[in-house]
Ligand binder design. Sequence first.
Ligand code: SME
Length: 160
Amino acid sequence: MAEHLLVDASQSKAERYQSLIPQIEALVAGESDVTANLANITAALRQSMNFFWVGFYIVKNNELVLGPFQGPIACTRIAFGKGVCGACWKEKKVMLVPNVEEFPGHIACSSDSKSEIVLPAFKNNEVALVLDVDSDQLNDFDAIDEKYLQQVMKLIERFI
Ligand code: SME
């Protein structure tokens, strides 16, 4: 396993994702433990993309339960359909929220969170977990984040 990630902070967002994703692939390739891999993925994403909060909520007994994350402490449980994460689970699709205050039912774990993207990962055609990324800036996520974070979800689907 590589000890350091090599992502050049001066590069564009797309370039940073392009350099990061093969490194994430290598990072998880030699490890089968789901928690260990999810934990390293949150660290890799936070470190390379400088996200305010990045973490997983995992479907357990019909609710989402906080999994590995990097950033400020967060809510531990989210019901089906509730908040942006619960909506992602229910609708089985990416939720891109430019302004969390305009999202009905948004769950404010931190008042500093201003925009958010949440993506699902599937196992046997059901949502098994979601990746939640929060920013302290409005309108901070776009189609570039969606495209590359989708690739991260596809990597995750290989080992969950
Ligand atoms: N805002 C999320 C809750 C999780 S935290 O942002 C870490 C939501 O509405 O589902």
